[in-house]
Design a protein around this ligand. Structure first.
Ligand code: ADP
Ligand code: MG
Length: 692
C-alpha cells in the first residue's frame, strides 16, 4: 500500500478535529498535503539587533516587553501599543484590533517573539499587527524561527500559520521517503525539472524564492500532462473502439437542400461542413465540437449532416436545452426542408401528453427521420430503429454523463456538439481534448453588428426615448435585469419593479411582458412565443432570455446593472438583437460604484462584437475555473496550473501526451513506469466519464 494515501488524521499533530479543518482545504491524505502549496512566502531578516532594523524589512526577533499602553489615537481609534527592547534598542508594536486575551497575556518584563514588517511613525520604528509568541509560555519553533523565508498557507478557521508550518515539518519527517517520482526521466531531462521530492522540499522549505518558482513549474507541467494523458487515452480509445457508421455521399437530399437555400453558405460554414463530411465518410465514429458565435449559422450545417445520415438510411436526434429552442429548431429546419416532404421531422417534448406514445412508436419503427427534442430524448424508454447521428445544441448545458447516455444506448452514432459560447482555443484543447474541434469563425453577411453603448444610470431617460423611437417604428425591445424580485440585501433594480414602472409610467401606450426564471416553463414558453409573434412590444426579463430565442424584429436591448453580469453572458444577451435586417442597439446601464473589473468588462463590450476576443478576456478576468460554472465541463479544477499563464506548457503537455499514448497506450513500457504507477490509481476512473 502506498503510504502517501494515508488519511491526514494520522499525521502527527493532526487528529480527528484538525483533519476536518484540513478537509475544507481539500486535504484528505498525506499526498494531498504534499500537494498543498504555500499561497505566498515571507522573507525576513532573522536575529538582527533591533538597532539595525530598516523600514520595509520583514524581521523576526526576540525581546522583552518594557511597556504596555492602551489608549486612543488622535483620530479616536482604539489602540494597543507595546514597547519591545533588546540590548541594542527598542521598537513599538501596535494593534488597532485586539481581543481581551491579548491584553491579559501581555506582561511587562516577559520575553516575546515578534515577526512582521517594519514601518515608521512619528520618528519611531514600529510593527503594526505583528505576529507574536510568548516564549516563556509557548515553546519557540526551533525549526522555523531561524529561517529567512517562511511559507504562508491558505487557512480555514482555527488553523494557524505557525500550526500549519509545524505540520509540514512532521509531514516531511515522516513521509519524505515515500515520495515517488511521477515524471519519466526523459521529461525531467528535457525540461530540466528537479526530482519530485527535491522540488517539494524547495516549495515547502524555501531557501531561495527564485528556486521556488522554478520548482513549481514541474508541478504545473505534471498536472497538465496527466490531464492530457487522460484525454488522449479517451480520444484514441473512442477512435479505435467505436467503429462508426461509414456513410456515403449520395447527394440526393443534400443537393436538393443546397438548391433551396435562401442564402449562400459562408466559407466558414462550408469549411466546417467539409470537416464533418470527412468524419462521416470515414469508418471512425465522429466526435466533433462545433464552435460558432450566436448567429454564425450552425443549424444549417448540422441539417446537412442529418440529411447525409438519412441518405444512408439513418435517423438523427437533435437535442436542445429548452423546449422553446427545440421548437425553434423544428421551425427553421422545417422551413429549410420546405420542398422536401420525404423527410419526416418531429418534435418530442418532456412530460406526458397526448400523442407522445405515437411519436415514440414512430421513432422505433424508423418512420421519423429527424427527431428534435429536449432532455426527453435522453429517456431510457426511447428506442431508435437505427440512430446514426446525435446533435447536441448548447452542449455545456448538459453534463458529460447525460450527453453520453444517448450514444451509449445506441450503436456508436456520430456525435456533434454545438457551442455558442466561443471558447478560447487554449481552453477547448483541454476541456474538449477528447473531441475534434471545428470553428465557424465568420458571421453571415446579413448579420448586423450591434452598436453597443455604455451609459451611467443617470442617462436612463435618454435611453427610454431611444427605445420609444424603435417601438414607434414597429420594432420590439428587451430590457434585461439581474434579479426577479426586490432583494433586501442587494440594492439592485429587479425585473418585477422595472416591469411595473415601464408598463405603467414610461410606456403605457405599448404592450409589456415580464419573463423570469421563477415562472413555470409553460408560462415562460408562452410569454416568449407571444413576444416572438409580436403580441408584446417590450419584454422585461431576467437572464432567462439568454437561452437563444430568435426574434429578428427585436432591434434594441437595454441591460440594467450591466456591471453585474459576466462578459460572456453580456455577449450572449446582446446576441438576441441584431438578428434581422435592421440596425440594432445594445445599451449597457451601469450603477456606481463599479469595480475595476466591471469597467473592463463593459468597455470590452463596447469595443468589440467578436465572441472569441470576448471569451479570451472573460477567461482572463475570471479564471478558467469559473468559465463554465462549477464542474459543468466535467473537468477537475486545477491545483497548480493556470490555463492562461501556462498556455505554452499546456500545448507542450498535449503534444507530449499524444506522442506517449500513440506509442504506448497502457503506459507499459519501462520508460513510462513513473507515469503508469501514478496514472492508474489517480486518473483511470475519471476516464469513464468521457467514454462511450
Ligand atoms: P446559430 O449558430 O446561433 O445557431 P442559426 O443557425 O440559428 O445560428 O442561424 C442564424 C440565422 O442566420 C438563421 O436565421 C439562419 O437562417 C441564418 N443564416 C445561416 N447561415 C446563413 C448564411 N450563410 N447567410 C445568411 N443567413 C444565414
Ligand atoms: Mg442555434
Amino acid at each position: 500500500m502506498n503510504r502517501l494515501n494515508t488519511e491526514i488524521k494520522y499525521l502527527k499533530g493532526v487528529g480527528e478535529f484538525k483533519a476536518k479543518l484540513l478537509a475544507k482545504l481539500d486535504i484528505y491524505t498525506i499526498a494531498d498535503f504534499l500537494d498543498f502549496f504555500p499561497r505566498t512566502y515571507i522573507s525576513r531578516k532573522v536575529n538582527i539587533p533591533i538597532s539595525q532594523f530598516n523600514v520595509g524589512e520583514n524581521v523576526s526577533f526576540t525581546g522583552k516587553i518594557t511597556s504596555i499602553n492602551k489608549n486612543n489615537t488622535y483620530s479616536g481609534k482604539r489602540q494597543l501599543s507595546i514597547k519591545i527592547e533588546d540590548t541594542s534598542g527598542y521598537i513599538l508594536c501596535r494593534w488597532f484590533r485586539f481581543g481581551k486575551w491579548l491584553l491579559d497575556e501581555l506582561k511587562i518584563g516577559e520575553a516575546i517573539w515578534i515577526g512582521g514588517t517594519i514601518s515608521e511613525f512619528a520618528g519611531h520604528l514600529e510593527i503594526i499587527h505583528p505576529q507574536i509568541e510568548f516564549l516563556e509560555k509557548e515553546k519557540p519553533d526551533k525549526f522555523w524561527d531561524k529561517r529567512a523565508i517562511l511559507p504562508v498557507y491558505n487557512l480555514t478557521a482555527s488553523l494557524t500559520t505557525r500550526g500549519m508550518r509545524k505540520l509540514i515539518v512532521n509531514l516531511f519527517r515522516d513521509f519524505h521517503q515515500d515520495i515517488q517520482e511521477t515524471l519519466p526521466d526523459f521529461i525531467l531531462k528535457n525540461y530540466n525539472f528537479e526530482p519530485r521530492n527535491i522540488a517539494l522540499q524547495r516549495i515547502h522549505f524555501p531557501t531561495d524564492l527564485k528556486k521556488v518558482e522554478e520548482a513549481k513549474k514541474r508541478f504545473v507541467f505534471e498536472e497538465l500532462l496527466y490531464q492530457q494523458l487522460m484525454l488522449a487515452r479517451v480520444y484514441y480509445s473512442n477512435k479505435v473502439i467505436n467503429k462508426g457508421n461509414k456513410f456515403n455521399l449520395n447527394m440526393t437530399l443534400t443537393s436538393q437542400l443546397k438548391e433551396n437555400l435562401p442564402f449562400k453558405m459562408t466559407n466558414a460554414q462550408k469549411k466546417v461542413l467539409n470537416e464533418i463530411i470527412q468524419d462521416m465518410t470515414s469508418s471512425k465514429q465522429m466526435r466533433r465540437l462545433i464552435q460558432g458565435d450566436v448567429g454564425s449559422g450552425k443549424t444549417i450545417v448540422v441539417l446537412f449532416a442529418m440529411l447525409i445520415a438519412l441518405e444512408n438510411g439513418f435517423q438523427s436526434a437533435f437535442v436542445a436545452p429548452t423546449e422553446i429552442l427545440a421548437e425553434q429548431h423544428l421551425k427553421s429546419i422545417s422551413s429549410f426542408l420546405d420542398n422536401q416532404s420525404s423527410v419526416v421531422v418531429e418534435l418530442i417534448k418532456g412530460g406526458n401528453y397526448k400523442g407522445k406514445k405515437d411519436i415514440k412508436d414512430r421513432i422505433t419503427s424508423g418512420e421519423i427521420n429527424i427527431i428534435i427534442g429536449t432532455h426527453a430524448l435522453f429517456q431510457k424508454d426511447i428506442f431508435f430503429k437505427n440512430l446514426g447521428l446525435v446533435v447536441i445544441d448548447e452542449q455545456h448545458r448538459f453534463g458529460v454523463k447525460q450527453r453520453s447516455v444517448l450514444a451509449k444506448n445506441n450503436n456508436s452514432p456520430g456525435l456533434l456538439y454545438l457551442s455558442a459560447t466561443p471558447i478560447p482555443r487554449s481552453l477547448s484543447m483541454t476541456v474538449f481534448g477528447d473531441l475534434d474541434i471545428s470553428i465557424i469563425d465568420e458571421l453571415p453577411p446579413t448579420r448586423k453588428v450591434v452598436t453597443t453603448i455604455w451609459k451611467n444610470n443617470s442617462k436612463k431617460n435618454i435611453i427610454y426615448e431611444k427605445i420609444r423611437a424603435e417601438l414607434n417604428k414597429g420594432r420590439q425591445a428587451y430590457v434585461v435585469c439581474p434579479l426577479v424580485e426586490e432583494s433586501e440585501k442587494l440594492d439592485l433594480l429587479d425585473a418585477t419593479t422595472i416591469f411595473f414602472k415601464l408598463k405603467d409610467e414610461i410606456y403605457p401606450e405599448f404592450n409589456c411582458a415580464l419573463l423570469h426564471g421563477k415562472m413555470k416553463p409553460s408560462e415562460k414558453d408562452q410569454v416568449m412565443t407571444d413576444f416572438k409573434n409580436h403580441k408584446y412590444d417590450l419584454l422585461i426579463s431576467t437572464t432567462v432570455i439568454e437561452v437563444g430565442i430568435d426574434v429578428p424584429n427585436a432591434t434594441i436591448m437595454m441591460i440594467e446593472h450591466a456591471e453585474r453580469f459576466g462578459l460572456s453572458q453580456l455577449h450572449q444577451l446582446r446576441g438576441r438583437v441584431g438578428r434581422g435586417s435592421e440596425a440594432s442597439f445594445c445599451y449597457l446601464i451601469s450603477y456606481s460604484p463599479i469595480s475595476k473589473e466591471g469597467r473592463e468588462r463593459l468597455s470590452m463590450m463596447v469595443r468589440t462584437n467578436d465572441g472569441f476576443l470576448i471569451a479570451e478576456k472573460d477567461l482572463e478576468l475570471r479564471g478558467p475555473g469559473d468559465f463554465f460554472g462549477t464542474n459543468q465541463s466535467g473537468m477537475p479544477g486545477y491545483r497548480h496550473a493556470n490555463i492562461l499563464r501556462d498556455q505554452v506548457f499546456l500545448k507542450q503537455a498535449r503534444e507530449v501526451a499524444i506522442a506517449i499514448i500513440k506509442e504506448d497506450f497502457d503506459l507499459k513500457l519501462e520508460k513510462h513506469k513513473a507515469l503508469h504507477n501514478n496514472y492508474f490509481p489517480r486518473y483511470y476512473e475519471r476516464e469513464k466519464l468521457f467514454k462511450f
